[in-house]
Ligand binder design. Structure first.
Ligand code: PLP
Ligand code: ZN
Length: 394
């Protein structure tokens, strides 16, 4: 079995360190005061043996080994535990003509279940396999659930899902087609989050709630590593990211931090966080430095509709460290961007994902982004996951 360079966990708030098998979820010190309805305190960060990664990576690069071997160097779980379903290695290519000449797309809608979430789910299933646990529970607005259902099916494991009954039909159908146990929650995503915590508190299973299990961040990190590799071992100037709980944002940042610590990359890409107007807790946090829940998230961008972003604290650090920015977009702007993206590039993205283009338009207008700067739009979810939303725009 190939070794991993994963060394230990470190709390993102108090800095306390923990061994790999000492715990699974939040920092036990910082999370003592946790109550549902607030961002998670003490989310853990995986620390690696960066010197060894740097050495191994240089050898790989000079031997012209493939991208998968490069990505595997940064994995927190041995590759032998991954189920057979191929995830990631999605296309990265120039889409000049959409908004400005130096625009690139990273199309993660092409993952097996149709969303970016497969990156986190596959790693969580690998971790469950390593620990000998055959049941995984998760709260979701829809995509994390359909993704976990697919990845668990690939390993023959049971997935238990808590999702709002109001989630788009295709996502709910996906969950059941993949054979997962679906508990439809009458309330919001935030209610589902709590229900999944209650469930894992009383069952022998692994909890995949986003940010609550720190490997969700490690799984999502692979997209940043791929962008670096596919871009000829260079960080782009900007990466535009749709933000709900703030895990994708933190994870893309973590990818470049890991690359930097390994001596492979000298610059960090600036991150543009895009949020729906009514679901803007992280944007407000970045603007004011004070955290407050988004009181009434209500948007067609269901995958980024959240009152209490679980990873708000780490997301704010990622924005500050990367010299990034955050912006709100309206549902009308999202609808227009969805059609623009589809009609100018042939990529049909779900509303949450189309929000990135709406945010990019504004950032160009505000002169936050210069048209000469290399900018990557992260396409996170497939348009066919919510055809009702698209149909309503036509
Ligand atoms: C989950 C999701 C997001 C937001 O990711 P967070 O980590 O919650 O910020 C964006 N787009 C799509 C399609 C998603 O499924
Ligand atoms: Zn702590």
């Amino acid at each position: 079995m190939k070794n991993v360079f994963f060394s230990h966990w470190q709390c993102s708030i108090c800095g306390h360190t923990y061994q790999r098998d000492e715990l699974r979820y939040l920092c036990p010190i910082c999370s003592r005061k946790y109550r549902p309805g607030t961002p998670l305190p003490g989310v853990l960060e995986a620390v690696f043996d960066y010197d060894s990664i740097g050495l191994a990576a240089r050898e790989l690069i000079s031997s012209e080994a493939g991208i998968q071997e490069f990505i595997d160097l940064f994995s927190a779980v041995e590759s032998d535990f991954y189920p057979p379903l191929p995830v990631g290695l999605t296309p990265f290519y120039s889409a000049e003509g959409l908004s400005h000449e130096n625009l690139w797309l990273k199309n993660d809608a092409l993952n097996p279940s149709g969303s970016f979430k497969d990156r986190a789910s596959i790693l969580m299933v690998a971790e469950a396999k390593r620990l000998g646990i055959k049941e995984i529970v998760c709260a979701s607005t829809g995509n994390a659930a359909s993704s976990l259902a697919a990845c668990a099916a690939s390993a023959g494991f049971k997935a238990v899902i808590f999702a709002p009954a109001s989630a788009p039909l295709a996502k709910l159908v996906q969950i059941k087609v993949y054979g997962a146990e679906l508990h439809e929650v009458a309330g919001t995503y935030d209610d589902a989050f709590k229900a999944a915590l209650d469930y894992s508190g009383s069952h022998d299973c692994l909890n995949r709630n986003t940010a609550y299990h720190p490997l969700t961040i490690e799984g999502k990190k692979t997209a940043g590593l791929e962008i670096f590799y596919q871009n000829g071992f260079m960080a782009p100037d900007w990466i535009v990211i749709p933000v709900g709980d703030g895990v994708i944002l933190s994870a893309i940042h973590k990818a470049f931090v890991d690359l930097q610590r390994s001596g492979l990359c000298s610059t960090l890409p600036r991150l543009l966080a895009v949020q729906a107007q009514s679901s803007d807790a992280i944007t407000r946090y970045w603007e004011t430095g004070h955290y407050r829940n988004a009181p009434h998230p209500e948007t067609i961008a269901d995958s980024i509709s959240v009152s209490t972003p679980s990873n708000a604290h780490m997301a704010l650090s990622a924005l500050r460290d990367s010299n990034g920015k955050a912006i709100r977009v309206s549902d009308l702007e999202i609808r227009q961007a969805q059609l623009d993206l589809a009609r100018k590039t042939g990529v049909f993205a779900e509303p949450s994902s189309s929000a990135t283009l709406a945010g990019l338009y504004k950032a160009l207008e505000n002169k936050w982004i210069d048209p000469s700067e290399q900018t990557v739009l992260l396409i996170t979810g497939h348009g066919l996951k919510d055809i009702q939303a698209a149909a309503a725009s036509l």
